[in-house]
Design a protein around this ligand. Structure first.
Ligand SMILES: [Zn+2]
Length: 358
């Protein structure tokens, strides 16, 4: 038996006061869990909108700074102690992941209210778990209980710092190319095939509207372009990930990202989506899609995503890259490639991308 559960979503401008009318379908005793900054901007309006619908806001908690088992447990204790029947998660990826994981554990619904558009965390039925110190630990999957509803008040995202949308664009573009390559030649199930078709929207609209969306974000303007880009980062990518499943959800652009994280420069000063965007160029070069690499590069130049090692302050040095590629080829993402990619092939692809920068 197969059941595919997908969340509903709402998007609009200045709609936070409508959250109560959505929440009332799912519960009457609400716990809000979010990031500090996100709660500071939204708490008063959310509380008012819940009150209007006769919903009690039991408490409003900071998620704890990391989506760790300890922080999830603290929230679960609150849910138990106060008979909470709905969680509203507010903020970025880690805050939403913490709220979703707590809701999944306690088997109650969760509404996500993303306040930045850097990932698809608001949509997916998984949480990336970190240690309390912030090191990656594992992925917690709960396919049976995806978020009930994603609530996007686009004005909040228009006012968010531009770096999140910028990195979100890079990470989202990878979804199309990685799914396309990882699933090549495979006999796909119905939902995998739906996900693959849908993944086209992770790239095309972002390349068409990305530059304008970033400009509008810079000026805090809500526009058609910003809205399309935000929806594809948050909604499309999340649904694609859930439909294509583990086998095809990533490939060696993400593998290269994890390899590059061994360098302090990357770990400290560069965002996930930014580095993954560069990885897509290398992936396409490996796959000998030269025209696609050049097309994507001209988009990257327009929006200042990295097209070379130098753009990320990495030296093009064989020894340094050797360590990076050791890690890259050992990742699960790398194993999803439909053909063998050796370290040397990877290295050569990086060099070919470098040459295109000259
Ligand atoms: Zn990613």
């Amino acid at each position: 038996m197969l059941t595919v559960k997908l969340p509903q979503y709402t998007i609009g401008e200045n709609i936070l006061m409508e959250l109560g009318s959505i929440a009332t379908k799912y519960g009457k005793r609400v716990l809000i869990v979010g990031g500090k900054q996100a709660l500071a901007i939204t708490k008063a309006t959310i509380e008012k909108s819940l009150k209007e619908k006769g919903i009690s806001m039991i408490d409003c908690l900071w998620y704890g700074g990391e989506c760790s088992y300890k922080n999830i447990e603290i929230i679960c204790e609150q849910i138990k102690a106060n008979d909470v029947d709905l969680i509203i998660g507010v903020g970025g990826g880690k805050a939403l992941d913490t709220a979703k994981a707590s809701a999944a554990k306690m088997e109650i619904p969760v509404i996500t209210v993303p306040t930045i558009a850097s990932t698809c965390a608001a949509t997916t039925s998984l949480s990336i778990i970190y240690t309390d110190q912030g090191d990656y630990e594992t992925i917690y999957l709960y396919e049976e209980t995806p978020p009930a509803h994603i609530f996007i008040s686009i004005d909040i995202l228009a006012e968010a710092p531009i770096k999140y949308l910028w990195a979100g664009i890079g990470d989202t573009i990878s979804k199309y190319y990685e799914v396309d390559i990882a699933s090549r030649g495979a006999r796909l199930s119905h939902s995998e095939a739906m996900g693959k078709k849908l993944s086209v929207l992770c790239a095309e609209p972002l390349i068409s509207y990305g530059a304008k969306a970033l400009e509008d974000n810079q000026q805090a303007i809500v526009s058609f372009e910003l809205q399309e880009v935000v929806l594809n980062i948050i909604i499309t990518t999340g649904i694609v990930s859930m439909l294509v499943g583990e086998n095809y959800v990533s490939a060696c652009a993400h593998g290269l990202f994890y390899g590059l994280t061994i360098l302090e420069e990357i770990e400290k000063y560069h965002l996930h989506g930014e580095v993954v965007a560069y990885g897509v160029l290398v992936l396409l070069m490996l796959d000998e899609q030269h025209k696609e690499v050049e097309g994507l590069m001209s988009f990257y130049r327009k929006v200042e995503l990295p097209t070379s090692l130098k753009d990320m302050n990495i030296e093009n040095n064989k020894e340094i890259l050797d360590g990076v590629l050791d890690k890259a080829v050992s990742t699960e993402d790398h194993q999803k490639m439909p053909y063998e990619v050796s370290k040397d092939m990877f290295y050569q692809a990086i060099q070919k991308v470098e040459i295109l920068n000259k």
